[in-house]
Design a protein around this ligand. Structure first.
Ligand code: IPE
Ligand code: IPE
Ligand code: MG
Length: 256
């Protein structure tokens, strides 16, 4: 399938250098299984390569001035996969933390985990707490790892907080909900990238991505590197974000 993400803008001139860098990028890291299948390898091999691709991508996004990177690592729906794949992924996260935490911490990456932690093992929970604690002072880039995360879960858990705090209905507004959702520490994502060729959101940041620019690429996640990052950022820089408004230069003065 052709890369339809920005077919219409391919002929446009390159964006002006500097500026126009998204502050926050959301990323659906999809295609590990197909990447492994193409190589006649088990799906787990694709996930393992996917972790290495993520560590490289964090550095590349940070180098380009992105301040927040939120990655979809395991969705609320991924429990539907065969139990061997699910347990393989859980084990892989533990290995990834022990293999890469020191490097990420040294590279100035602040790590946050977002999602429902209640369903994961004590061992995994404490590895995450350790990763968050060890990197809390870092400022180069914030890496939010969405694990056992679903956009619907996120909206629901914020609503539950409102009810359990006895918040009066008239005090519940968009700002209150946003402050009680999993990414309350970050601005809304400016750019939403999905690798692997599917053009859907798969229950990722339903609330926060309301006005994100969408970029879909056929590139399978383990192959996603600096060239693909530059292509996504260049496409973003050419987008015209209006948030429902119109540009001041489009406003025709009313005749008197
Ligand atoms: C994304 O890759 C990683 C996770 C969902 C954990 P997939 O495992 O979905 O790979 P494909 O889509 O089957 O190729
Ligand atoms: C989305 O990918 C979830 C992650 C990348 C973690 P999926 O592979 O689970 O999405 P669907 O099933 O194709 O929608
Ligand atoms: Mg997939």
């Amino acid at each position: 399938m052709a890369d339809l993400s920005d077919a219409h803008s391919a002929a446009l001139p390159a964006p002006p250098s500097g500026g126009c860098v998204p502050r926050h990028v959301a990323l659906v890291m999809d295609g590990n299984g197909r990447w492994a299948k193409q190589r006649f390898m088990p799906r787990f091999f694709g996930h393992k390569q996917g972790v290495d691709a993520l560590v490289r991508a964090v550095d590349a996004f940070a180098d380009r001035g992105v301040q927040y990177l939120t990655v979809f690592a395991f969705s609320s729906e991924n429990w539907k996969r065969p139990s061997e794949e699910v347990s393989g992924l859980m084990g892989l996260v533990l290995v990834a933390v022990s293999k890469y935490l020191t490097k990420l911490a040294g590279d100035g990456v602040r790590i946050r985990i977002v999602g429902d932690r209640s369903a994961v093992s004590d061992k995994l929970r404490s590895a995450w707490e350790h990763a968050e604690e060890m990197t809390r002072e870092n400022t180069r880039i914030t890496l939010a790892v969405a694990f056992n995360y679903g956009g619907r879960w996120d909206i629901l858990q914020a609503c539950r907080k409102a009810l359990s705090e006895g918040l009066p209905a008239q005090a519940l507004d968009e700002a209150w909900l946003a402050q009680h959702m999993a990414l309350s520490f970050a601005p809304d994502p400016d750019l939403f990238i999905r690798t692997g060729g599917e053009m859907r959101i798969s229950n990722f940041l339903l609330w926060q991505a309301a006005y994100s620019e969408l970029f879909f690429t056929d590139c399978l996640w383990p192959d996603f590197g600096p060239a693909q990052i530059d292509a996504a950022l260049a496409a973003y820089a050419r987008r015209d974000r209006r948030f429902g408004a119109i540009h001041p230069n489009q406003v025709v003065p009313e005749s008197t």
